[in-house]
Design a protein around this ligand. Sequence first.
Ligand code: WT7
Length: 657
Amino acid sequence: MSDPTPAHSIETMLLEERTYPPPADFAAQANARGDIYDVPFEEFWEREGRERLTWFEAFNELYEWEPPYAKWYLGGKLNVCFNCVDRHVEAGAGEQVAFHWEGEPDGETRTITYADLQRDVVRFANALKKLGVRKGTPVAIYMGMVPELPVAMLACTRLGAPHTVVFGGFSADSLSGRMNDMKCEVLITQDEAWRRGSTVPLKKVADEAMADAPAAKSCVVLRRTGNDVPMQEGRDHWWHELEADCSDDAESCPCEPMDSEDLLFLMYTSGTTAKPKGIIHTTAGYLTGVAATHNYIFDLKPDSDVYWCAADIGWITGHSYIVYGPLCNRTTSVLYEGTPDFPDKDRWWSIVEKYKVTILYTAPTAIRSHMKWGPEFAQQHDLSSLRLLGSVGEPINPEAWIWYRENIGADRTPIVDTWWQTETGMILITPLPGITTLKPGSATRPFPGVDAGIYDEQGNEVGPGGGGYLVLKKPWPAMLRGIFGDDERYRETYWSRYEDVYLAGDGARIDRDGDFWLLGRIDDVMNVSGHRISTIEVESALVDHHDVAEAAVCSRADAVTGEAIVAYVTLKGGADGSVEKLEELRNHVAEKIGPIAKPANIVFTPELPKTRSGKIMRRLLRDVANNRQLGDTTTLADPTVVSEIAKRATEEKSEDA
Ligand code: WT7
């Protein structure tokens, strides 16, 4: 078999023999059947837009494409909160459960119906109005996985206030950086969050961030753990006090009619420079895209399914597939506050059993953790309610795919391996569970109405059997509308390699059946536990430490997190590293960015490998980190540097052992 990416060819040849056609009973009842792939692009999205959403005013033009900017459903007026909440209540589904919330401390649960959700959202939206939040006011949200998080997001959308949700694991610097970029006027947070039995001091971090974010005039604080936190008179407001005198009657706070292209939210994501990119998502195209994909890919049946996306709402997965897509489709979801191993490693499976979860969507890194812990934890519980499994965040190893299917899906459920990005807003490459023949490790095919391809260096589309760069050749409704405040970076990042074609930044292959196999990032962006972290961001955090002269960061393969961060650090004045210094630097990175960005290893070195023009050769560092034979070293200014580093890295490993 001819293959431009030989490293993967052997694996792929083996894989292609294992195929899983859709079970007949699943296919017979599936939301996506028959000729869905044959519906022309415009007809498909026209119909989805019209039928899936409720419009205050119909759109009059499907889309406008002036590369690299698209607009969708032009002329339409609608409100996201109305589509996700009010219309379901008006249609008589008020008593249906929207969220089965499970707190981390065992036994703590809340059942939130659509009618409850509407009351909670209206009351809180009225509270936000008291702080001056109205159409267009940017709001930051920094919370854990509590029901008030979706309530806060929906309250913003009800008022037409764009939000940015910042993952609760991010540092004060990361939070204030985002707040300043968006010029947020209000921050919504909570006293503390629960995590693995201990508390995470969100308000404390929020205070540090507020001190650096001058546009933010007010802070709303939800009481979650009940522990004491400092409150600043005039600036800080307890959630429950602020809303105490507010009406929860929908008519007291009507849903703001928004234009299809009005800003819905920004989601910041890592790129190849230190500054995270504020990815712009707008109203109608985003909601249509996430609702349509959620319906067909997860085969969602609003009257009978119990759906659980076990991601965090602070990432795009949670926005699209916990909050907006599922609520728009009137889904009953599970929302879980904590970690998979608290109080024990069977926690997830006890939740599946308790709520009779039918659809579970998670990430390969989580699946690999469960694999490591062993199948006995899943075996303690009745998982027979499950009928569909999903995966997202990175390529799923065939071994993990098979484990997931056999141990969680009873060797019976289809698995949808869904490829997408913060930028794409919605899933773009994925099986449809009633139609697609699955192959472990392949995300299979572009979703209907999505035009994806694989290009070689020259911009020619490669045929079956070939490999290259994944591109999108046509716009799609939920696509990013740019990078907030940085048109140039938007054009440069996604649109400069090929003309008028979106560069995803992932390598991919297409096999002889036309199925796509994703091969990981092509840029200096690492994927740790399914989250993007740029090498330069971690390098900047390290160099920010007063003892560090220079740092280079790359990733190595890791059995659980997919990739793990390895840092090569030169200390000032040629000082030697120590175990204490190592911990200090790791903590410094956690403080600057967040614990997810902590390097797994730090190698101290008097010199970094550089080209004669002074560029750090990360490629060689990657070879060292992965114990691979070194690639071409001829362009190095000083070829001895890298062998010295390799020696130090090995020494460090033997010390670990
Ligand atoms: C990057 C996007 C979209 C939600 C989670 C991550 C990788 C994502 C898959 C998959 C192979 C995948 C890609 C992509 N990725 N899903 N099913 N198979 N790779 O969002 O942080 O924007 O990261 O995650 O490399 O570019 P994100």
